[in-house]
Design a protein around this ligand. Sequence first.
Ligand code: OOG
Ligand code: NI
Length: 458
Amino acid sequence: MHANAHVSPDEIRKGFSKAMSDMYRDEVPLYGALLELVAHTNARVLDSQPELVQQLQRTGEIQRLDMERHGAIRLGTAAELATISRLFAVMGMQPVGYYDLTPAGVPVHSTAFRAVHEHALQTSPFRVFTSLLRLELIENLELRAFAERALAKRSIFTPGALALIEQAETQGGLNASDAQAFIREALETFRWHNTATVTGAQYEQLSNQHRLIADVVAFRGPHINHLTPRTLDIDQVQAAMPGKGITPKAVIEGPPRRQCPILLRQTSFKALDEPIAFSDAQGSHSARFGEIEQRGVALTPRGRALYDQLLNAARDELGAFPNEANAERYVQLMEQHFQVFPDNHAQMREQGLAYFRYFVTDHGLAARGHADQPRTLEALVSAGHVAIEPLVYEDFLPVSAAGIFQSNLGDAAQSHYAANANQAEFEQALGRKTIDELQLYGQTQQRSIDECMATLLP
Ligand code: OOG
Ligand code: NI
């Protein structure tokens, strides 16, 4: 490669994701333990399920599984969100989806920065759930003004990172050594600080308003608060966690266990209490936690509506926020309600509930050009010339995210906000529109169909 040629944004993202994981492993030893547990579980699942191996080989997921991570940060101002959007763009990450967390009593709205094309996702599926604090929800005006002043004073990006973002924008990319420097500089934004910018009393005041407000306002930067590996069997990992000295939250968020996983299931362990030097005294703060997830097939608008309906019905019947005391009944109710959601790919496809990817089979290739070759996609599928695999869900779920926030903020943090979704305001802060994830899934599905047709019926 030419010394000054631009490195692909996908390679920069891959390098950044690795650097972030190494930094977090150094800082949070339990994260290392979790990675080992997940790697071990995934190896066992792959050993015992040859069909799953075949599926993941066809889609390519088997190659990205070990490096697959998502993280989360919480930002304080519109300007921070706009700049982080430019920083992520250098790594080929776009804001996908809009999540309103106010119904769950968390004063933020969010998006997920991630790669959008299946080829880019294959190089690195790294995602960052990014929340913006909604200061207008702080009712105490004095405290709100204090928070605004504290946030206005900080600068969460290094001068080097800002210069390299600008350079990537004006020159259309970064060469190899600038890409390395960018990764180093960008990482600083996500680093943990054991010093706060406020006094112990100010921290208490912010925290009494909402733990999350203190987490954003009292610090110099938006420390990465978790980094989540992907497992192939979340129930196995959840069951093995206590044996490793890790206590998981009471219930797994998302759909119940199924033969054919849908969307996303997640579980986390409580944030660690970590020592902090406030500007006038020693104290502590808890923000960083651990999480694991299992990803399933992406659902169409119709499938998603059915998912939301069944989830709400189960939660309504439970009549309370899922917790330790009602966990068993919650699992029962979820399994009961989700019985109407077909649990095999053929039915999900027939009923238009999920997105799939289509792949030409060896059989299809061998029959190419023969007089009796099927001429339609459906006929090619029936004849086994084209195979169908689930298109993996790359995004997040607002109800699950709320449960994850709650578990690590503590249930005491539940509040009620009159305000609700305000996507327009979020996008104004972001400086661009968020991308509709359903369109992305539709496009990937269509590209895979087009490729099959072009190969078999040119
Ligand atoms: C983000 C919580 C949401 C997920 O995986 O749904 C999340 C946060 O606590 O900042 O990470
Ligand atoms: Ni998460």
